[in-house]
Design a protein. Structure first.
Lengths: 243, 220
């Protein structure tokens, strides 16, 4: 009988791969496509001093934003923290070290890390503060900055579907940084809505080949309210008050 | 001072005239988002978002929102026929390669040469640049929508930006509640004024040299 690979583990046992001081890459954009159960697990296990790499810090109660709110992050690389005032507050107080990277450059630095490259050549941000301390190079008489690749001890991503080998399919705009982050972890853990047997995904549809994925866990689903839901709640409450 | 709804809508309505059939367009957050409402439905436009959609549509009906289908601000959207989803590297590849015909952004300051500052007020507001530098540096046409003056009445169109730059000489057009400017060859041309403002109003509340080399029309 042919033995098959099964990368599914329980949510609880995923905590074996998290440790204090780890560098952690989290997929998602504004919290959309961030893995809710894994973020909660990191909180529950009391992991601290995280070096977080993420497109953004979500909102205070959404996505990796929760890690910031609970003061588990000591250093952050992101493109944007505007939707999470807690991140801005900690940065001003000096308890959170933040390095901003233009969004497209950040995506490519992560992609480079995942693809085994040392870095990339980018001209986005020349003539701005982005160029500070960057090594420059001319190619065909055009100036570029050398942006080094990013990898992490652990990458956590969210996917719509996985087979037991870890092949991943994402969902609409919740794909965002996930396929990049999935490739750039020393260990990659995918939180998945639906886990199916090997052979039941169409190879043409797979976005992340399972070879990049070490473990998959069954998602418990999103446990936060989106900003637009809160806005609707507020509006409907206000509507009731005015009646 | 913040702009009233009607004024914001008028700026958006004016900006929408810059969008032509077949264009690929990215709309920023704030007034730029409102532009979508004024793009003629006769035009075939592909709206791009940084979070990985080309062919974004309008807001879904209440109750039909999908938590996994949103714009870059995290708000639910729909898609148009021909839409595609892709990862963030591809989303920014589209920008970096210069495939966006137009991007419409807000700004804190714009200089007469078209330098844009829109992502940081050091020590006060430090949200990060997000995709602003990629967009402002790489889109074929960069249109800035903003208040003509800040909340203290100081000009936002200035000789030199005092805030850290998003991009040097990136703006092609500035639309405020008072006027429409074109930035070209390092100069700022006044093209239109918004009713009821006068050319004198505009000159007085602009901190930069303005060139008037043709008839200034009035936008209603």
């Amino acid at each position: 009988m042919v033995q098959s690979v099964n990368k599914q583990i329980s949510l609880e046992s995923a905590s074996n791969y998290f440790f204090n001081g780890m560098s952690l890459m989290v997929g998602g954009f504004g919290g959309v496509g961030a893995p809710p159960s894994l973020v909660n697990l990191i909180l529950e296990k009391g992991i601290q001093d995280i070096f977080l790499i993420s497109n953004d810090t979500g909102f205070p109660w959404i996505g990796p934003g929760k890690l910031i709110t609970e003061k588990r992050v000591k250093k952050l690389i992101a493109s944007h923290i505007g939707s999470n005032p807690e991140a801005g507050k900690q940065m001003q107080e000096g308890s959170l070290e933040v390095e901003f990277v233009p969004q497209g450059t950040l995506a490519e630095k992560i992609r480079a890390g995942g693809m085994g490259l040392g870095g990339i050549l980018v001209d986005v941000g020349l003539g701005t503060v982005v160029e500070a301390k960057k090594e420059k190079i001319f190619v065909d008489k055009k100036e570029y900055m050398i942006e080094t690749a990013l990898t992490a001890d652990v990458s956590i991503v969210y996917a719509k579907k996985a087979d037991l080998y870890g092949n991943l399919i994402y969902d609409k705009s919740a794909r965002n940084t996930n396929p990049l982050v999935a490739t750039a972890g020393q260990i990659t853990i995918a939180e998945v809505e639906e886990i199916v047997p090997v052979g039941s995904l169409d190879p043409e549809e797979i976005i992340t080949p399972g070879v990049f994925v070490d473990y998959i866990i069954q998602s418990k689903g999103v446990d936060w309210k989106w900003v637009w839901e809160l806005k609707q709640d507020k509006e409907s409450q206000e509507g009731q008050h005015s009646k | 001072m913040g702009l009233g709804t009607e004024t914001r809508q008028r700026i958006a309505r004016r900006a929408a005239l810059e969008i032509k059939n077949g264009m690929t367009v990215n709309l920023g957050i704030g007034i730029p988002t409102l532009v979508a409402d004024y793009i003629s439905t006769d035009l075939h436009i592909m709206l791009h978002t940084e979070n990985g959609i080309l062919g974004m549509g309008g807001s879904p009906l209440a109750g039909h929102e999908d938590g996994n289908l949103s714009n870059a601000g995290g708000y639910p959207v729909t898609i148009q026929p021909g839409a595609s989803y892709f990862d963030s590297a591809t989303a920014f590849g589209i920008i970096r390669k210069g495939l966006l015909d137009v991007t419409i952004l807000g700004a804190l300051e714009v200089s007469e040469r078209g330098d844009i500052a829109n992502w940081i007020v050091p020590g006060k507001r430090v949200p990060g640049m997000g995709g602003a530098i990629d967009l402002a540096q790489k889109a074929k046409k960069v249109i800035i929508l903003m208040n003509h003056t800040d909340k203290n009445g100081n000009p936002k169109i200035v000789k030199n930006c005092s805030l850290p730059l998003t991009v040097k000489e990136g703006a092609n057009m500035i639309i405020t509640e008072k006027a429409v400017f074109q930035c070209e060859n390092g100069k700022l041309y006044l093209r239109e004024i918004m009713n009821p403002y006068t050319v004198e109003d505009v000159i007085q509340t602009t901190g930069a040299s303005i060139v008037i080399d043709e008839q200034v029309s009035v936008f209603q």
